[in-house]
Ligand binder design. Structure first.
Ligand code: MN
Ligand code: MN
Length: 310
């Protein structure tokens, strides 16, 4: 049961948001052609810890047509290509209260309009958010902004409500005017708003067999061998219900064992898998994301410059 005072909860969100903001600012300095994504991810996750937070999920570094869920393996050799669009998606938590934020770094001036479309869509959405506002109206604002700029939104990626130790706590904030989404923003709620904009068809699909992010699903199920059992115990203890990756278990066993055990734990029903997501038409994808807290008369952006909170 969650027994925190509401004022403490706000404080934890603000602290997580401030750390996420500072780390996000460093991303554009780190993301350069020829740099390994492993180096970028490790540097960002190290900085989160130095500033007094914990990563709420592995840093996602998703390039060009890859929309999300790409985090480096142990010893990952992928480097950032020239002239690419690089999405850096960062989660920070303080006592389980999560700030989720993303930025797109473009390494060619030709990609600026695509990135600006995502940034503008987010800014416009944030201006209209408040208690009682319909989720689908935010989607409408985002889609209209993208279309005016000559691009599409990705319809099967969306914003979401945030819960204690939960990245997606059940509510969906669509990136278009989805008639099936009936919810409204509620005072006291925390939400992540994240337009994904593309030059492609406007949908993503999973890349089969390419899984770099997992989360705990159940703690009991089919019998486990010794190394699976050891890894599962570490997962429960270290990450609870938050997403994680093999890099965060590098000290538990050899890399090959670890990867095989994670796959078999997933097949035996203990873990959720989050495969890499790519745009179905191979279009370039940009994304910006902020976390907000809904107040009685508006919204506070927690993942922006903390000076604004003063
Ligand atoms: Mn995110
Ligand atoms: Mn998110």
């Amino acid at each position: 049961m969650n027994t925190e005072e509401p004022s403490n909860i706000v404080e934890y969100y603000i602290k997580a948001g401030e750390i996420a903001y500072r780390v996000k600012k460093s991303a554009s300095r780190l993301v350069k052609p020829g740099v390994k994504i492993l180096e970028v991810a490790e540097s960002i996750e190290r900085k989160i810890r130095e500033l007094g937070g914990l990563p709420a999920f592995p840093v996602n570094i998703s390039i060009n047509e890859v929309a999300a869920h790409r985090t480096p393996y142990i010893n990952d050799t992928e480097v950032i290509p020239d002239a690419s669009a690089v999405k850096v998606d960062i989660g920070v938590h303080v006592n389980g209260y999560i700030a989720d934020t993303a930025v797109t770094v473009v390494l060619d001036d030709k990609l600026i309009p695509l990135a600006e479309a995502a940034r503008n869509a987010l800014m416009k959405a944030l201006k209209v958010i408040g208690p009682g506002v319909k989720f689908r109206d935010i989607g409408k604002t985002i889609e209209t902004t993208a279309r005016k700029a000559g691009f599409k939104v990705i319809k099967n990626l969306s914003g979401h409500s945030l819960g204690h130790y939960l990245i997606h706590s059940g509510e969906v904030i669509p990136n278009y005017n989805d008639p099936f989404i009936l919810g409204r923003f509620r005072a006291g709620g925390a939400y992540a708003i994240e337009p994904f904009i593309t030059t492609g068809k406007g949908m993503v699909k999973e890349v089969k067999g390419k899984v770099q992010i997992y989360s705990l699903k159940r703690t009991k199920g089919k019998p486990l061998n010794e190394s699976e059992h050891k890894i599962l115990s570490e997962i429960i203890q270290r990450f609870k219900t938050l997403p994680f990756c093999e890099r965060w278990l590098a000290d538990v066993g050899s890399t090959l064992d670890l990867r095989a055990s994670l796959t078999s734990l997933a097949h035996k029903g203990y873990l959720n898998q989050y495969p890499v997501l790519v745009e179905i038409g191979g279009g370039l994808v940009t994304q910006f994301e902020e976390t907000i807290l809904i107040t009685n008369d508006g919204a506070v952006i927690v993942t922006t410059n903390p000076e604004i909170h003063l």
